[in-house]
Design a protein around this ligand. Structure first.
Ligand code: AMP
Length: 141
């Protein structure tokens, strides 16, 4: 499948669609997942257009992994969860629904399951609060 330049994350990158931003840098962007599987669920994407991990250039992948770790550190500081899940899906059969590569950063708590993937919209004001809390905890590159 060819990369669709009008996918929602490409539109967020171009500023054509809104996002609750956590990080906006030369190589990567991070924002709140609007249908979080746990409060604080954040997505990290490269600026380079690529559908999945197989299409992304090695240098962009390195930047993406480094940014993902910083976001995971910030989510850990901001929410103090028992653990942090980092997840990345490739292809519809793996559950991918947006075809611009992204890492999910999801706070996890003992005994608490995840809500369903990409199902119910969170309150926009709460997402703004969560984004601000994570931004405040973001380590330097
Ligand atoms: P995946 O299924 O791995 O492709 O993940 C796509 C994620 O993007 C899902 O968790 C959705 O909840 C999330 N999502 C879809 N549209 C938006 C959007 N406009 N802003 C933020 N997150 C979104």
């Amino acid at each position: 499948m060819a990369y669709d330049p009008d996918n929602i994350f490409a539109r967020i990158l171009r500023g054509e669609a809104d996002a609750h931003l956590v990080l906006n840098e030369e190589h990567c962007m991070a924002f709140m997942d609007v249908m979080p599987q746990s409060p604080g669920h954040t997505l990290v994407i490269p600026r380079q257009p690529a559908e999945d991990i197989f299409e992304l250039g090695a240098e962009s992948l390195n930047h993406l992994v480094a940014a993902t770790r910083r976001v995971a550190q910030a989510v850990r500081t901001a929410f103090n969860p028992g653990g942090v899940m980092v997840m990345q899906l490739n292809g519809a059969d793996a559950g991918q629904t947006v075809f611009h590569i992204h890492f999910h950063v999801i706070p996890r708590y003992a005994g608490e399951g995840l809500t369903l993937h990409a199902r119910s919209m969170a309150d926009a004001r709460q997402l703004d609060e969560h984004a601000a809390k994570i931004r405040a905890a973001l380590p330097a590159p």
